[in-house]
Every structure is written in structure tokens, then in C-alpha cells.
Design a protein around this ligand. Structure first.
Ligand code: FES
Length: 165
């Protein structure tokens, strides 16, 4: 384990501990069917996201080509290769929400948070994303922060919604 971990480009102690934890998970799951997805999930939980160096580390330790690991990471939208915020905001831009003002909410949030779509705020608090229907069409426009759905949102409510975080 030691030599493999030593090859990673991270140098901070905290990163080293995370890599060690991920190495243990790889060893635990390596012989199980469909283990790659499971390992990537847990690795993302531990590390927060899946940068290329970590994908390389997983591929090497698991003995599979990097292309196999990267292919899975890029196929599933729940895997992220960039650092994520503490909370994820998803504004619905499905048809119902779009026609009832979803676009204004997106624009206002981008202004307030100073981020583009798919980006994370400088303080690391929020990652900002777009969703396609979150099942609240009857009370659109809607948005989510983590698992909480906010319905009938308008730009005047955004301050108070964000202040909860
Ligand atoms: S379109 Fe937005 S919740 Fe369905």
C-alpha cells in the first residue's frame, strides 16, 4: 500500500490519510462484482470529488486501465471531477419552471453567488447547477438545495432561502 500511495501527487497529510482510506476501500471491494462504481462512490464521499490523480491512483491499485475509471466517472453525472461546495443548489429549468421564471432565478443566483453553472463559490459553500424537472412542476418554479425542495420560488425569496445555509 505504502509505495502506491507514495506515488500520488498529494503532499498534505490530510490528503495522505484520505488516500490511505481509499486504498483500504479498494482492497475491501476489489473482488466484488461492479466494484468500480462502489469504490468511486466511496472515494468521492471521502475526498469530495474525483480529480485525475485520484482516478489514476484507483486505476493503478485496482489494476484496471485509467480509461475504464475515467469512462465511468464521466458517464455518471453524480461523479464530479472538480471540487464541490458544501451545499449543492440545483435550479430547475424544466419546461414548467422555465416558463414560470426559472431563468430569472438562475440569473439572480449567479449574480448573488458570483458563479457560473457547474461552478463552486469562492468560499466553497455552494456548487451551482441546473436540473431538469425535480418533480414539483405544479408549484414551479422550483429549486433544490441538497435534498430540500423549494417551491414557488421567486427572486425576492432567494436571500432568505440562502441565509439558512
Ligand atoms: S419542470 Fe421544474 S419541477 Fe418539473
Amino acid at each position: 500500500m505504502g509505495a502506491d500511495i507514495g506515488k500520488c501527487t498529494c503532499c498534505r497529510q490530510e490528503d495522505r490519510h484520505k488516500y490511505e482510506e481509499i486504498a483500504n476501500i479498494i482492497d475491501l471491494y476489489r473482488d466484488k462484482e461492479g466494484c468500480l462504481i462502489q469504490i468511486l462512490h466511496l472515494a468521492q464521499e471521502i475526498y469530495g470529488y474525483l480529480p485525475l490523480e485520484l482516478q489514476q491512483f484507483i486505476a493503478r491499485r485496482l489494476g484496471v486501465p485509467l480509461s475504464e475509471v475515467s469512462g465511468v466517472v464521466s458517464f455518471y453525472s453524480f461523479f464530479s471531477t472538480t471540487v464541490r461546495g458544501e451545499h449543492t443548489i440545483r435550479v430547475c429549468m424544466g419546461t414548467s419552471c422555465y416558463v414560470r421564471g426559472g431563468k430569472k432565478i438562475v440569473e439572480r443566483l449567479q449574480e448573488m453567488l458570483d458563479v457560473g453553472i457547474g461552478e463552486t463559490t469562492e468560499d466553497g459553500k455552494f456548487t451551482f447547477e441546473i436540473a431538469r424537472c425535480i418533480g414539483a412542476c405544479g408549484l414551479s418554479p422550483a429549486m433544490m438545495i441538497d435534498d430540500v425542495v423549494y417551491k414557488q420560488v421567486n427572486v425576492n425569496k432567494l436571500d432568505s432561502i440562502l441565509s439558512k445555509y
